[in-house]
Write a protein that binds this ligand. Structure first.
Ligand SMILES: [Fe+2]
Length: 299
């Protein structure tokens, strides 16, 4: 494997890995080690194709996410999904960070690159947190965000029941109610916008605060825990800081990107509706290695 630094806008620079040979078991362990420290790996010129993609991601995955039904299956697999539909800009977010199903690793694979525009945007939440001043840090350490959510869960049916109170096995969830008639669950979720990372004592600002709510139909509202609005000047400040370290990534055919979704946010620049751009998405709900497994030893 050949390793190259990716960008100085990332804490630790991220990594580009090139490999013309098959990945050995030793390589896989090495990649897990690099991933935990760097948080973002781009595999380039690695002989990936739509058919062998999952056999590679399987090596890092304990369980894949059941993603939103809005996404289409790709390459004949339920685990490989289309990215968000349309050609419009999608602002920075950490995948499904508002829900109980947030994936640990997000993968993107480029089957066809856009001829022009349509870059994937990437922002390192660890670097972003380092740019925050005392007031911003204090605000987000003090105030969890409250999301009100409506999530479709098809398949559950019961006679003579319209709604039932529900308990979800996830901290910060409350007032959950399953609607049998509509096959959906509504609940509130309290979640800090800043999270602990795989690296001890390092925090990451990775969340759903910058994305427009019309890009996420499952979010009914996004407020402070007392239901008050998140102050506009706070949102403006984080957007301005994020802009300074956001990378516009230009895809090459067969590139694969591996992202620590508890650390990084991603998005998409708009592109022409005539473009044949085809990027697919795989979500590892749980990695098959412990959170901090490789950052807590010194080998
Ligand atoms: Fe996304």
């Amino acid at each position: 494997m050949e390793l190259k630094p990716f960008s100085n806008k990332i804490h630790g620079n991220g990594i580009i890995i090139e490999n013309k040979n098959k990945f050995s078991n030793k390589d896989i362990l090495n990649i897990k080690n690099i991933f935990e420290k760097k948080g973002l790996i781009i595999f380039r010129n690695c002989k990936f194709n739509p058919k062998n993609l999952l056999s590679f991601t399987d090596k890092f995955t304990f369980q894949y996410s059941n993603d939103a039904t809005r996404r289409d299956d790709k390459f004949g697999s339920k685990k490989i999904k289309s990215v968000d539909k349309g050609f419009k800009e999608i602002k920075l977010h950490s995948e499904t960070s508002f829900s109980t199903n947030r994936p640990e690793i997000v993968w993107f694979y480029c089957k066809v690159e856009a001829e022009k525009d349509g870059q994937t945007t990437i922002c390192d939440g660890m670097k972003l947190w380092e740019l925050f001043d005392y007031n911003l840090k204090n605000f987000f350490l003090k105030n969890p965000i409250k999301y009100k959510l409506r999530i479709p869960i098809p398949g559950m049916k019961a006679q003579n029941k319209k709604k039932k109170k529900w308990i979800l096995s996830s901290l910060g969830t409350f007032d959950a109610e399953y609607n049998y008639r509509k096959s959906q669950i509504e609940f509130s979720l309290l979640r800090f916008a800043v999270t602990e990372s795989r690296i001890p004592d390092k925090l990451c600002f990775a969340n759903h605060l910058m994305i427009d709510l019309n890009s996420e139909p499952q979010i009914l509202s996004r407020t402070l825990s007392n239901s008050k609005k998140i102050p506009r000047e706070i949102l403006k400040e984080i957007k301005n800081l994020a802009k300074k370290i956001t990378i516009d990534f230009n895809w090459e055919k067969n590139d694969l990107m591996m992202i620590d979704n508890y650390r990084f946010m991603h998005g998409r620049r708009p592109y022409s509706n005539k473009s044949k751009r085809e990027i697919v998405n795989i979500q590892s709900r749980y990695a098959n290695f412990g959170f901090g497994n490789y950052t807590r030893n010194r080998i």
